[in-house]
Design a protein. Sequence first.
Length: 217
Amino acid sequence: MSRWRGLREFRREIQWTVVVLVLAGLAVIALWPGGSGDGGGPAGSPPGSEQRAAPPVDPALRGGLEPCPAPQPGGPAELAGATGTCLADGRPVDVGAALAGRPALVNVWATWCGPCRTELPALQAYSERPGSIPVLGVQVQSDEAGGLELLRDLGVRFPAVHDADGAVRSALRVPNVLPASFVITAGGEVRRIDPPEVFESADAVDAAVRRTLGGRS
């Protein structure tokens, strides 16, 4: 009997040891950075993007882009004070002031967005058409250097800003799915192009802009 009693006690000790190890493991997971105790990154962002350090920007990458529009009084109220970094020169730009005074097309994109890569060249072709409204790109949720490399590889030159802190994206209420495009009227009204579409040609961009403006500015 003493032998069976000793065996039961041994098994009981093993069970308690397993319980202690499991509880210790759960505590480590809860305290580990980025674990279940962490809220994680913003919705719609690529996994882990918020944890990567931004690589330095090669100044040579900025050379092919057109300068950002000069600030003017007025502009969309939604974008008042929303500041990004001009990809052409690395300087801060008040996006609301840059879009004041005339209609404009704002396209929101990211380097990890496949459809964005499809439509950026179409937007460039549209921007070169006589009578087109100015185009401003807004790069979100991806590092600045990668965005500049992508624009260079695609031959895109229209003005663009990098929205590092998400201020512009938040002000525009950009949905989680990219790309997204908005038409700004001369009076400062922000109109999202709806239904959203991935532009594959300058004609498609032109048709969407005209439809969204509806003959009014």
